[in-house]
Design a protein around this ligand. Structure first.
Ligand code: ADP
Ligand code: MG
Length: 192
C-alpha cells in the first residue's frame, strides 16, 4: 500500500470507533503521557488541537497549563504549508480557522512565533505509525517541515493501537517519532 492507500484506510477506522471506546482510550493515552519523565521535566510543550478522530488533547492542554507548563500550539499557513508554534495562556486563546481547526490567535503577522529549539516536548498526532517511529500524516508534510531539525527524543506521538501498522513508507523528509503512546503501551522507538 502507498501512503495514500494507508491514509484512506486509517482515516475510516479512526472515525468509526465508538464514543464510549474512544473516551476510555483517550483517557489511557493521556494518563500515560502525563506520567512520562519527558512530560514531567518539560517546561515548554507543543500540543495540537485534535481534529477529526485524532487522539484528543483538550484535557492535556488544560492540565499542562495547570501544571505550570508553557503551552505552545501550532498555527498553519495554508499558502506555504508551514506551521509555527505560538504560546497560549488559556484554552480560550484558541480560535477556529477557516478549516475548522482551533489555532492560537496571532496578534501580528509573523510575530510571537516560538522557536522550535526552545520547545522541550512536541506532542504530535498522525494517521498511521510503525514501531520504528515512522509517521504518516494528513499528506501535506506540515510536521515534517516544522520538526526537521528537532531532536527525535523530544517528539512524542499519540495514537490508538490500531493506528500502528507493520511499515509506514518513509521518505527522507519524514520526521521520525522518538516515542509513540497508545492506550496499551509506550513505545520507545529507539529501543524496540
Ligand atoms: P505527511 O507527512 O503529511 O503524511 P508527506 O510525508 O507525504 O505527508 O509529505 C507531503 C509533502 O510535503 C511531500 O510532497 C513532501 O515532499 C513535502 N515535504 C515534507 N517535508 C518537507 C520539507 N522538509 N521540505 C520540503 N518539502 C517537504
Ligand atoms: Mg511525512
Amino acid at each position: 500500500m502507498d501512503k495514500a492507500d494507508i491514509r484512506r484506510c486509517m482515516l475510516e477506522k479512526r472515525c468509526s470507533i465508538s464514543d464510549e471506546k474512544s473516551i476510555e482510550k483517550n483517557l489511557a493515552i493521556q494518563q500515560k503521557l502525563l506520567l512520562t519523565p519527558r512530560y514531567k521535566e518539560a517546561n515548554v510543550i507543543a500540543l495540537y488541537s485534535s481534529f477529526r478522530g485524532e487522539v484528543k488533547t483538550e484535557r492535556l492542554i488544560e492540565r499542562a497549563l495547570f501544571d505550570g507548563k508553557k503551552v505552545v500550539m501550532p498555527k498553519v499557513s495554508m499558502e506555504d504549508y508551514r506551521m509555527h508554534f505560538i504560546a497560549i495562556s488559556a484554552k480560550d486563546d484558541l480560535v477556529t480557522n477557516s478549516y475548522g481547526l482551533k489555532e492560537p490567535e496571532q496578534k501580528q503577522t509573523n510575530s510571537g512565533y516560538f522557536a522550535e529549539e526552545n520547545i522541550d516536548l512536541f506532542v504530535v498526532p498522525g494517521v498511521a505509525f510503525d514501531l520504528s517511529g515512522n509517521r504518516l500524516g494528513m499528506g501535506k508534510g506540515y510536521y515534517d517541515r516544522a520538526l526537521q531539525s528537532v531532536s527525535r527524543d523530544s517528539v512524542v506521538a499519540l495514537a490508538y493501537e490500531f493506528q500502528l501498522i507493520d511499515s509506514v513508507p518513509a521518505e527522507n523528509h519524514d520526521v521520525v517519532m522518538g516515542t509513540i503512546i497508545t492506550e496499551e503501551r509506550i513505545i520507545d522507538t529507539l529501543n524496540i
